[in-house]
Design a protein around this ligand. Structure first.
Ligand SMILES: Nc1ncnc2c1ncn2[C@@H]1O[C@H](COP(=O)(O)OP(=O)(O)OP(=O)(O)O)[C@@H](O)[C@H]1O
Length: 297
């Protein structure tokens, strides 16, 4: 059997303390997951659950304190800078903010030609490929001559996607790539991600706090909470019939247009929260040896 494209096992990340009294704190507590060639693995969870840190560990932007990152079976957890530069062909990224992720001083053509010439493309080859990339992301040819500030947020994100695609990667880490966009633009850019995957078979590690976004693009979904994966499964199952109470709460917290359904969801969420609090309290009492069930008659 061939190795999965991406294989994280027992991944731990600890950040050094910040400020005067802060101590180092672990934010990923042994995360394991697999992503296959050509698939989208959605990572969903609330703010602070560790999604971005997970993506950064895959990209080599933070050094794990434990566990492994394997890419096509090769351990890249502690890849050197030189190895990372070579890996950048295969593993690319699209960040959340289309305003700060593009060099404002460079025309789009120059932004796109950089990864191409680094890989040895001639000026002529780069020009042809840039035209192809712009077409692939739905931008006009003359976009190459314009500066990022001349584009809307959605168009800039298309430029960022084209840049990520330039080296024909097999994996793109997409970290909240549509969160800064308005609803209509968001839907169009999400469709673009899906369309590109159909045409190129690129895999996405798609990070979002928004379950609806994750449902739209993912084949499988992992749900993160407090630096751990609490549930992984088929996207349809996890986003409509989740097994873990935390995912059930995420689902109930997602906005729905109908106010009656909204109220029912809110009530159901409160019931789940109360049950979880009662269960957590029971666990704590057992751990502290104060649970009457442990010692009672
Ligand atoms: N550079 C850093 N130094 C110290 N702590 C950090 C650093 N970056 C993130 N953290 C902390 O790590 C935890 C996880 O953050 P992370 O950004 O990975 O979560 P997230 O799920 O992506 O949240 P968000 O969607 O808000 O970005 C948070 O408690 C955050 O405060």
């Amino acid at each position: 059997m061939t190795a999965p494209l991406l294989d994280l096992s027992g991944l731990r990340v600890t950040y050094p303390g910040r400020g005067f009294r802060a101590r180092p704190h672990e934010v990923l507590h042994g995360v394991s997951l697999l992503a296959r060639e050509g698939e989208t693995l959605g990572i969903v969870g609330e703010s602070g659950s560790g999604k971005t840190t997970l993506g950064r560990a895959v990209l080599g932007l933070v050094t794990p304190s434990g566990g492994h990152v394997r890419f096509r079976g090769r351990d890249i957890t502690h890849a050197s800078r030189k190895e990372r530069r070579a890996l950048a062909r295969d593993i690319q990224v699209v960040f959340q903010d289309p305003y700060s992720s593009l060099n404002p001083a460079l025309a789009v053509g120059d932004i796109l030609s950089e990864p191409l010439t680094t890989q040895g493309a001639t000026t002529r080859e780069a020009r042809a490929r840039i035209a192809e990339l712009l077409d692939q992301v739905g931008l006009p040819k003359d976009a190459a001559r314009r500066l990022p500030r001349e584009f809307s947020g959605g168009q800039r994100q298309r430029v960022a996607i084209a840049r990520a695609l330039a080296s024909e990667p097999s994996l793109i880490v997409c970290d909240e790539p549509v969160s800064a966009l308005d609803l209509t633009t968001r839907a169009r850019v999400l469709d673009l991600f899906v369309d590109i995957q159909r045409r190129t078979s690129v895999a996405y590690l798609f990070i979002s706090h928004d379950l609806a976004v994750i449902r739209h693009v993912s084949h499988r979904v992992s749900v993160m909470r407090g630096g751990e994966i609490v549930e992984t499964g088929d996207a349809g199952q996890v986003t409509s019939l989740p097994r873990h109470p935390y995912t059930q709460m995420l689902l109930l917290a997602a906005p729905v247009p109908d106010p009656v359904a909204q109220r029912e969801r809110r009530e159901e969420r409160h019931r789940l929260l109360a049950r979880e609090r009662a269960e957590t309290g029971a666990v704590r009492r057992v751990e502290q040896g104060t649970d009457p069930g442990q010692f009672g008659s």
